[in-house]
Design a protein around this ligand. Sequence first.
Ligand code: FES
Length: 233
Amino acid sequence: MAMIISNEELVPGIYVMKIEGNYKGHMGQFYMLRSGRNYPLLPRPISIYDIGDGGITFLYRVVGEGTRQLSLLQPGQELQLEGPFGNGFPQIEGSLALIGGGMGTAPLLLAAKHYQKSHVYLGFAQQAFGVEAFEAVASSVQVKVGGSIVEQVDPAGYTTIFACGPTPMLQALALKTACTSARLYISTERHMACGIGACLGCTIRTHAGNRRVCKEGPVFPVEEVQFDALHGV
Ligand code: FES
């Protein structure tokens, strides 16, 4: 069990939780969180938002009972935490853009800390959140509320792009990047049960064959991704 240091609502329905301890993990990986030892719901996969200062931090949206239970936890209470899991973003050289939409901004903060010269593009449907955390570490941060953040990005200006967000945003970015030399890696989402590659419940079709999002992903090179397999997730 791990102890909660803080669990605050940033904007309605979106929380940032810090948990005490020295944890491992790198950009794009995730942990499985569950609110209590005997709680009957499956643990929830949540991307690492930040690591350091004696703890690990997760940014999450309340979307069901599991995350609602997480949101009720108070500092000093405990929860179950396992990880890190998954294949995150690769180590790269050259110029880098980080493009996140909504909750898809969460897995990019560690990348922004790791690559402080990266350019960050954050898009939100209605209300921005977590922007200050990026501004504290990145050399440039552009924010768009409403509309498409992809319109503000020129992929030809970058060697590599890391992206996470809604499937239509990722698809638009893939189209825009296709005629450039930029390498695009996207972080995908899927409902997960085990988180360790055992149940096959998170399997998606890719151009490289079937892949488990929790094990071979959640980050894939865009050329492997079949977007029709991601819609509706
Ligand atoms: Fe079980 Fe991925 S969640 S194999």
